[in-house]
Design a protein around this ligand. Structure first.
Ligand SMILES: [Zn+2]
Length: 346
């Protein structure tokens, strides 16, 4: 079967599209034929060697496909069922897992990072890793949803506890997390200010429900936010950029505002002035991934038309280097999806 694997870290040139034997399932597993698998920024980091992962590694945390084989001990699933796959695995037994907070599990592992991922024609998974894919959602769209939406859901719903009528600033609305956060904030009835780095992306952010958009390369974002909010600031900032935007994010917060962060793409070494933190009663919240149970809710909301997996471009597996470059060059709005070559034209 065809897989996308790295044997060393570095530029997109290290990505290898190669043939390996398909996995052999255990009696308690299911074999899924992948129809579409999406790229996350995480894949770019792993390819670059941040963090270091066991090599070789099959990349990819998001996928949708069809069940090709069912283990003898698995019940309730049949060959031909369409499924969306969970981007992470956890022990399933600890206190965190049993409370539905599996992203706090000591044995939490993300696909394509600690264990082989979904950039493959076939994967072996457990029944708990699958959610039925509603027929109304295409494989490509389904693959664009899990990691980005789970991350954004955890940030806005679980961590920031966004309320109707609150004002939210979303950095980088064109990213997977940004475009997902925008849709979640809209469903919550929030007033949304979104930033993006091109006029086209600003238009797309507006079409997705942003009330105000700011070109983050051409404008001082905190000054614009102050103008828009009549100097009050926002209740929640969705931060995933890091060093380059950190000070601006803090300046944008209203009294009692919450900054929730899930990433440090531009650097992790940031400053906090404690005087502002306590006097303005800000909250700074760290967030990683999300609960596997929440993905069930998210898929339902996609099925009911509240959320949309936004697919920017689709590449066949053997063009994965171009696909990674495209993401790194920030041309995309939403997700870039990969499809095994055997299914690309079918
Ligand atoms: Zn656990």
């Amino acid at each position: 079967m065809q897989v996308i694997r790295i044997h060393e870290t570095g530029s997109p040139g290290v990505l290898r599209c190669e043939e390996i034997d398909p996995p052999v399932i255990r009696p308690d597993q299911v074999l899924v034929r992948i129809k579409a698998t999406a790229i996350n920024h995480l894949d770019i980091w792993i390819r670059k060697g941040i963090p270091k992962v066991p090599l070789p590694m099959i990349l990819g945390s998001d996928a949708a496909g069809t069940i090709a084989e069912v283990g003898s001990a698995v019940h309730g699933w049949n060959v031909g069922n369409d499924v969306v796959l969970q981007p992470a695995v956890s022990c399933g037994r600890c206190e965190s897992c049993l409370k539905g907070r599996d992203n706090f599990c000591a044995h939490y592992e993300i696909r394509g990072e600690q264990v082989n991922g979904f950039n493959a024609e076939y994967v072996a998974v457990s029944p708990a890793d699958m959610i039925p894919k509603p027929p109304s959602i295409a494989y490509e769209e389904a693959a664009a949803i899990p990691l980005a939406f789970m991350t954004a859901w955890e940030m806005l719903i679980r961590k920031a506890q966004l309320q109707p009528g609150q004002t939210v600033l979303i950095w980088g609305a064109g990213s997977g997390v940004g475009s997902s956060a925008l849709q979640i904030a809209k469903l919550c009835g929030a007033y949304i200010i979104a930033t993006a780095g091109s006029k086209t992306k600003l238009k797309q952010a507006k079409a997705l429900g942003a009330h105000h958009v700011i070109h983050h390369y051409e404008h001082d974002v905190s000054a614009e936010v102050k103008k828009i909010t009549n100097r009050r600031g926002v209740d929640v900032v969705v931060e995933h950029v890091g060093q380059a935007t950190w000070n601006q994010s803090l300046k944008c917060l209203a009294k009692g505002g919450k900054l929730v962060t899930c990433g440090a793409t531009t650097g992790y070494d940031v400053k906090i002035d404690l005087r502002f933190l306590f006097f303005k009663q800000h909250q700074i919240l760290g967030s990683t991934m999300g609960s596997r149970g929440d993905l069930h809710q998210i898929i339902k909301l996609v099925e009911h038309g509240h959320f949309k997996g936004i697919v920017d471009r689709i590449f066949p597996f053997d063009q994965v280097a171009n696909a990674h470059q495209y993401v790194e060059d920030k041309h995309h709005f939403g997700k870039v999806v990969l499809i095994p070559n055997s299914q690309f034209s079918s």
